[in-house]
Design a protein around this ligand. Structure first.
Ligand SMILES: NC(=O)c1ccc[n+]([C@@H]2O[C@H](COP(=O)([O-])OP(=O)(O)OC[C@H]3O[C@@H](n4cnc5c(N)ncnc54)[C@H](O)[C@@H]3O)[C@@H](O)[C@H]2O)c1
Length: 364
């Protein structure tokens, strides 16, 4: 049994950057349930249909609309506040957007992280979870290679580059401002592609399928033969929390970790598409395909070796990718049928996934 101990989290002061986004919203839900004092920073307007709004999280956490690239605003926010844990999720997260506007994305992702890291020069006891991606690795597109944490970094498109840079920057901070006596309690948590309810970002295959099916939008299938390591957002949240719990107890767990599905559960876009149609009971002839979309080079195989994470934290990622897909599409089905049911449904779905993952929250 994998466990989180409520006692460790209770009353901890926690900051999530990017709290209004897809993953940040699910993470907020968990932290509130663990009775943390939750603060959030995000920028721009919330999408009214994201989980953050649907579950009324806005009223339950201290929410700040701050652009993390603005040094002055960030310094003002941090003044007088000491956090036990910071989950840094804020970033422009879409590979496609990076191709269209590389400078904006690179500056956003790097400068946001620099301003967050600066907090740690004076606050050296805080735990940092830098949530990042499998795309940080130097990917020479060799099939069936699953990256290990010790492999070379070097993202070769603007998004991947920005995340590699941020990953290196965090490690550089450790070497520059911390030492063996004063250990930086941090991790670069490199995750595969995440699916689950409440994501509305276009140019992600699951979201495009959902919008095609429920909203009759045209769909464009980019890179049908590209394999990706898919996990469910619940697995991503549990991973972040397990490592935060680990670092509170033992700073020597600091470092880099991969999270992703077990070997063989990587699936290509075509598989995701066809199996989604199966779950939604749709005949493929009815698909309304969009043409004339700009094409950019993307890698054809991305796999992660998750053994280091499993060994230290026991979470086994033993859902099948079909299950992950089904949980995701079930969520959207309920959302489009009756939004009012989505809160209860989300809590029940979390319980169901916990059961499958053999996971429990310990109260004492
Ligand atoms: N979704 C995935 O498949 C996936 C996989 C691996 C890693 N990640 C990483 O997870 C994180 C969250 O991704 P998501 O899918 O939830 O994206 P999202 O677009 O739903 O959320 C991004 C959040 O970051 C905030 N943000 C961005 N720039 C900011 C800035 N300058 N100042 C303040 N807030 C800012 C946004 O307001 C939003 O709250 C990103 O760092 C992404 O790189 C995502």
């Amino acid at each position: 049994m994998v466990t989180l101990n409520k006692k460790i989290f209770k009353n901890k002061k926690v900051l999530i950057t990017g709290n209004s986004g897809f993953i940040g919203s699910w993470l907020s839900l968990y932290l509130l349930n663990l009775q943390c004092k939750v603060y959030g920073i995000s920028s721009g307007r919330f999408n009214k249909n994201n989980i953050f709004n649907l579950l009324n999280l806005k009223r339950k956490i201290k929410n700040y609309n701050i652009n993390l690239t603005n040094e002055k605003q960030v310094k003002k926010f941090f003044k007088g506040k000491k956090f036990d844990i910071i989950f840094h999720l804020a970033a422009e997260p879409l590979v496609y957007d990076g191709f269209i506007n590389p400078k904006k994305m690179i500056l956003n992702n790097i400068n946001s992280t620099l301003n967050v890291l600066d907090y740690f020069r004076e606050n050296q006891k805080t735990v940092l979870i830098n949530f990042t991606t499998d795309k940080v690795y130097k990917n020479e597109d060799k099939k069936n290679i699953r990256f290990k944490e010790s492999d070379k970094l070097g993202g070769l498109d603007p998004y991947s580059f920005s995340k590699s840079a941020v990953d290196l920057m965090t490690t550089m901070w450790k070497s520059t401002y911390f030492n063996k006596k004063n250990i930086f309690k941090y991790c670069n948590l490199r995750s595969g592609n995440i699916i689950g309810g409440g994501d509305w970002n276009d140019k992600r295959i699951m979201v495009d399928i959902v919008k095609h099916h429920f909203l009759k939008r045209k769909i464009y299938i980019r890179q049908p033969n590209s394999y990706r390591p898919w996990i469910h957002v619940v697995e991503a949240c549990l991973s972040m929390l397990l490592i935060a719990q680990g670092l509170i107890k033992n700073p020597y767990l600091s470092g880099d970790y991969n999270i992703g599905p077990n070997t063989g559960q990587e699936k290509n876009i075509k598989w995701i598409f066809q199996n989604s149609l199966k779950i939604l009971k749709v005949k493929s002839k009815k698909i309304n395909i969009k043409k004339n979309i700009k094409k950019f080079p993307e890698k054809s195989f991305l796999g992660l070796n998750n053994k280091k994470f499993i060994k230290k934290f026991n979470l086994n990622f033993n859902l099948s990718t079909f299950d992950r897909l089904k949980f995701t599409l079930d969520w959207y089905y309920v959302f489009f049928k009756n939004k009012k049911e989505i809160e209860n449904f989300t809590y029940n779905q979390i319980k169901l996934i916990h059961k499958k993952l053999n996971f429990k929250v310990k109260k004492h």
